[in-house]
Design a protein around this ligand. Sequence first.
Ligand SMILES: *[C@@H]1O[C@H](CO)[C@@H](O)[C@H](O)[C@H]1NC(C)=O
Ligand SMILES: *[C@@H]1O[C@H](CO)[C@@H](O)[C@H](O)[C@H]1NC(C)=O
Ligand SMILES: *[C@@H]1O[C@H](CO)[C@@H](O)[C@H](O)[C@H]1NC(C)=O
Length: 321
Amino acid sequence: MAGALLGRFLLLTQLCTYARATKFCRESHGMTHNNEVLIGHSYKSLLTRGIFGCGHECLASLKCTSYNYQTSAVGRGICELNDGEFSGKRHLVKKQGFVFVQVKWKQRPKSCWEAWKQGARTSGYYFIQGRTECLFYEMYCDFSSEPGWAWTLVMSQSLSSRSKAFAKDSFLRGPFKNQQYPNWENYRIGNSRMNIVQGQSSHWRVTCDFPSYGVDYRDYVRVAFKKINPMKYKVSGGCREVEYINIRGHNCTKCTAGWWQTDTQFLTHFSDKDICQFGKTLGFLDNEANFGGYWKNNVSSEFRCSSVNTSTTNHWFGGKV
Ligand SMILES: *[C@@H]1O[C@H](CO)[C@@H](O)[C@H](O)[C@H]1NC(C)=O
Ligand SMILES: *[C@@H]1O[C@H](CO)[C@@H](O)[C@H](O)[C@H]1NC(C)=O
Ligand SMILES: *[C@@H]1O[C@H](CO)[C@@H](O)[C@H](O)[C@H]1NC(C)=O
């Protein structure tokens, strides 16, 4: 009974740090063994008032992987912090009145695709694992616009942001980030986070003004990373297969379209260039940029990503679930 109660309290023992993006990174639930201790791994021994105090000491010390606490003590009990890997119960020895508790890294999904695999079904903001155990980020996940797909928003710009560095700098340039918290006007995650999300994604897509239109496949493109990896692609006017592309209703499925990206030119398609299977799109302006890489006034108000200053261009990485 006491053991069960203790177990429940231990579940709640977490170390809180107060930076908004860095939520609790470790927790002390996991294995709890009553009347047992781990020996030979203790690097610090102290007295704490209750097991919570001992749990906090352990969570506050990066070295600490588990602890032994003297539950039988009246007042302060012995708290031993252990380091090293705990490789199984055989390393534990019986000791009446003590408890052994293991500390675990909290795991968060690394992308919205993984969040879906772990049961998430509602589109919205999720905490995602960063590149180290203690880094968590908020990300915007879309699970509903295309049934069977899970998408992570990696970048979004409003047309009026087009001259800002984050909107102009190519994906080849990194590290780069703009705004930690997802929003539609001014958002781009850094390249290391992009690589993490990409590692769990098979495709990227660009939507136009997603908050207004969602996905109705007008002014939209979806490409497999196998065909173009935006973080590596460095070609001016290369023909690459897209799964689907639509500009002003001109569309094709599994055809090649022209793509431009250099160190200084953000990944873009020009709808006035009559190249590849997709060719040009009627109603084009000279050098009309689509899906990003806008400059000056060479943006069409007939393309939803660039209709008005508040129109947004949204880049997503994702895959089928
Ligand atoms: C749109 O944004 C650009 C650049 O920020 C600005 O120069 C222009 O006046 C804006 N146009 C309108 C109609 O608000
Ligand atoms: C795609 O193009 C065809 C003509 O090639 C057209 O009939 C169809 O309506 C277009 N689809 C969309 C979603 O605009
Ligand atoms: C931008 O588009 C206008 C109108 O189509 C065209 O006259 C101009 O040459 C273009 N500018 C550039 C830099 O491509």
